[in-house]
Design a protein around this ligand. Structure first.
Ligand code: MTE
Ligand code: HPA
Ligand code: MOS
Length: 768
């Protein structure tokens, strides 16, 4: 089935926040944000701005009617700076004006006096000063210290990963509209309507039932709108509460890049021990997460880093410690993979380090240590593994040996272009790591004309979840999909929603929808049984007709629905689902936190231009564990998008803050994301099709985040290509591997005495 949005998307008719028709009297908001990363806020002068043409009001922390607080996990984040500023981009004042232009030009007239304080941008510096968001956590299994003593090989090293800008096509924003009796409706570009509702309630001081949040769809979220949509919604709603007028704020790209948090950079140390058979016996890591100035989702992200720091390998002795470090950057936040990719980068770096030293291919070590069914992960969960199946299928289907041979031939005959490959197996846990969040609700109404409307807590952000919800209804009732509509996500229809995140949305909301539809189906089947004088167990509906046993009857969906209504039987149901069997005990750091794991293996091939340091991703070929996909087209789209986003993070996207905490890569001229030219020239995706029972909706495994981690393969493939040019090079595990870094590594200090390029020239070989 096609994505139900494809028609309006391609015609430009889909409605995003900025497309909502404006009500007369709408005010436009614009934020004055801190130009200083850390300091004492001495004074705010809004006088000139208030006198500016078209300006109605300027709000600061003094105008807040509820609490100046938007922290989700920990209440440590003021909406407006009050006595201190904690990061460049922190909101200080909000201008409300009759036009967008008036608001933005008045912002420039605001003056502040800030006494600068020392700025920390490095998480290790923060940790040394005990600037921690939460106490450190350690996941432990076996006895790593004792195990290292018995290892044949032990290697130590460190690695760095940078952040990543979400770069959703639709920037952050909100539109608040006053209703009667103090109710405020907020259209918000958010993954978490309930999080927005809570934040608005807290900041305005209004009860949650006064706040209606409505979301039609997002032009992308990628985690950046899981918590950080709250700010803009709270600002607009506060302004509406005070002025009694509709207030809209849609951020410009540069405002968005400057004021919002990103993927967390991490700085990590590792130690890996292997026996002579290349089995990984022990692994230790200490990792420092750059949380930014407030907690936001950092504690949860840090937790997932610990969950995934052994990726898809069985390691009997593990000790992993993580620090969430407070710095003076915008609070970093959820980003596809939610700390998992950072954890996997550490173990992959450790394996690469060991492979370098032992003179073996990393993939030899990787393959020998893949998880088997029944193996226990450091947090106590025993897995149902598809790791070997994915690896074996990828290796056979794409002929890994032939790829390796072709690469050797190419490298032997091309002095100045070198190819590299890397295999990247993944394992990603599905469920919110915070067990209580694994619940969802759905509201299904069947109308008397046989059409159906479904509302859930799921937010459509391009990942196709609405199409999947519609498929659940269509399959359960066995009716034509054209009869079904998916409603906007609205806190008045569905309450207490978990955000659309953790790749679990289709599972959680799909199961709630299934429960609601099944309840309605049971009732209408009972009506059909009475009508047809048959036993309920013999009744079924297939393609809109009622069957008694295998016999098709005259009774169709339309007639049956109308009869059900006439009999005064309910055609509506509210379904509730919570994932069974999951738990986690933070005091022991053990449990069974995930409903299941998703596996896969990718093979990445790259070519490096060894004169320029530039490179191309030739191909990524992968086998992914879909379970049995309910929508292969959508799921393939998720793989392609996630993969390319992961490659961007690992190769070209480079966030730069200067030592004063100012974002230098603050526009698309200085921050490069993959385009069609830098995407892999070939992407091959194959399905590992399984029929095993699992907790996925219709056994169709979650697919949103896991493919991003295939992108890590690009880093290691580039690293291998560099080593194929200069065998003595030991490129640092410092992502992203930008062309500049490739060039430095090709001719780095660790090279042979003579520059390899010069050596090649001396042999009289051509540069092209
Ligand atoms: N795909 C698109 N097109 N746009 C997005 O914003 N977000 C990703 C992923 N795929 C995203 C996306 C992230 S971070 C998550 S957690 C999942 O989608 C969330 O949706 P799901 O739970 O329905 O997979
Ligand atoms: N994943 C994504 N988002 C989340 C999670 C998680 O595990 N926990 C809280 N928010
Ligand atoms: Mo995704 S990072 O869980 O929104």
């Amino acid at each position: 089935m096609k994505n139900i949005d494809s028609y309006t998307h391609t015609r430009g008719e889909s409605i995003y926040l900025d497309d909502i028709s404006l009500l007369q009297g709408t005010l436009f908001a614009a934020c004055f944000d801190s130009p200083i990363a850390h300091g004492k806020l001495i004074s705010i002068d809004t006088g000139e701005a208030e006198k500016s043409k078209g300006v109605v009001k300027v709000l600061t922390y003094k105008d807040i009617t509820g609490a100046n607080q938007i922290g989700g996990i920990i209440p440590d984040e003021p909406l407006f700076a009050d006595h201190h500023v904690h990061f460049c981009g922190m909101p200080i004042a909000l201008v409300l004006a009759e036009t967008d232009e008036a608001a933005r030009s008045a912002v420039k007239k605001i003056k502040v006096e800030i006494e600068p304080l020392p700025v920390i941008t490095d998480p290790r510096v923060a940790a040394a000063q005990n600037e921690l968001i939460i106490p450190p956590r350690t996941f432990k299994m076996g006895d790593s210290a004792a195990a290292f003593a018995n290892c044949d090989h032990v290697f130590e090293g460190s690695c760095e990963n940078n952040g990543q800008e979400h770069l959703y096509i639709e920037t952050q924003g909100a539109y608040a509209i006053p209703q009667e009796n103090g109710v405020i409706r907020v259209y918000s570009s958010t993954q978490g309507p309930t999080a927005v509702q809570r934040a608005v309630s807290k900041v305005t001081g209004l009860p949650m039932h006064n706040i209606e949040i409505d979301v039609t769809r997002l032009g992308g979220g990628f985690g950046g709108k899981e918590d950080q949509a709250n700010t803009w919604a709270a600002l607009c709603a506060l302004a509406t509460h005070i002025t009694k007028r509709p207030v809209k704020y849609s951020l410009s790209r540069m405002e968005d890049m400057r004021m919002t948090g990103k993927r967390h950079p991490y700085s990590s140390d590792f130690k890996i021990g292997l026996n002579k058979n290349l089995k990984i016996v022990a692994f230790e890591t200490t990792t420092y997460q750059n949380a930014g100035a407030a907690a936001d989702l950092s504690p949860a992200v840090m937790e997932r880093t610990l969950f995934h720091c052994t990726n898809t390998y069985f390691i009997p002795n593990v000790k992993a410690t993580a620090y969430s470090c407070r710095t003076h950057l915008p609070p970093n936040t959820a980003f596809r993979g939610f700390g998992g990719p950072q954890g996997m980068f550490i173990i992959e770096s450790a394996i690469a380090k060991a492979a370098d030293a032992l003179g073996v291919d990393a993939c030899t070590i990787q393959q020998k240590n893949l998880l088997n069914t029944g193996d226990e992960l450091p947090y106590g969960q025993k897995v149902v593994s598809e790791a070997h199946e994915c690896w074996a299928k990828a290796s056979e289907l794409y002929d890994l040996a032939a790829i390796q041979n072709k690469l050797k031939d190419f490298n032997a005959t091309n002095p100045l272009y070198k190819k590299g490959i890397a295999v990247m197996p993944i394992c990603f846990g599905i469920s919110f790591t915070n067990t209580l969040m694994n619940q969802a609700r759905a509201l299904v109404h069947v109308y008397t004309d046989g059409s159906v409307i479904v509302s859930t807590g799921a937010v459509e952000m391009g990942q196709g979840v609405n199409t999947k919800m519609l498929q659940v209804v269509a399959q359960t009732f066995s009716i034509n999909p054209a009869r079904i509509k998916v409603n906007s996500t609205n806190t008045y229809r569905i309450a207490n929603t978990s955000p659309t995140a953790a790749s679990a949305t289709a599972d959680l909301n799909g199961k709630a929808t299934l429960i609601a539809c099944t309840a309605i189906l049971e009732r209408i089947k009972t009506v059909a049984a009475a009508e047809l004088n048959a036993a309920v167990e013999d009744i079924s509906i297939k393609d809109e007709f009622v069957f008694v046993k295998e016999n098709k009857t005259e009774l169709d969906w339309n007639k049956l629905v109308f009869t059900t209504y006439n009999k005064r039987v309910s055609l509506s149901e509210h379904g509730h689902y919570s994932t069974p069997g999951i738990f986690f005990d933070k005091t022991t750091e053990k449990g069974h936190p995930f409903a299941y794991h998703v596996y896969g293996t990718s093979i990445t091939e790259v070519t490096v231009d060894c004169i320029r340091g530039t490179y191309e991703i030739d191909a990524v070929k992968l086998v992914h564990d879909f379970g049995s996909s309910m929508n292969p087209t959508i799921d393939k789209g998720q793989i392609e998008g996630g993969l390319v986003q992961g490659i961007g993070w690992m190769t070209m996207e480079e966030i730069v803050y200067d030592s004063n905490g100012k974002l230098r890569s603050n526009a698309l001229s200085t921050y490069k994301v993959p385009d069609i030219y830098s995407a892999p020239k070939e992407i091959s995706i194959d399905f590992l099709q399984t029929q095993k029972d699992n907790l996925a909706i219709f056994r169709s495994k979650a697919v949103g985040e896991p493919p991003l981690m295939y992108g890590i393969g690009a880093f290691f493939a580039l690293r291998n290509a560099i080593k194929n040019f200069n065998a003595a090079a030991t490129p640092a595990f410092d992502a992203p591997m930008t062309p500049e870094k490739v060039l430095m590594n090709l001719y780095g200090q660790n090279n042979q005495e003579e520059d390899p390029a010069v050596a090649v020239l001396k042999q009289g070989q051509s540069l092209t």
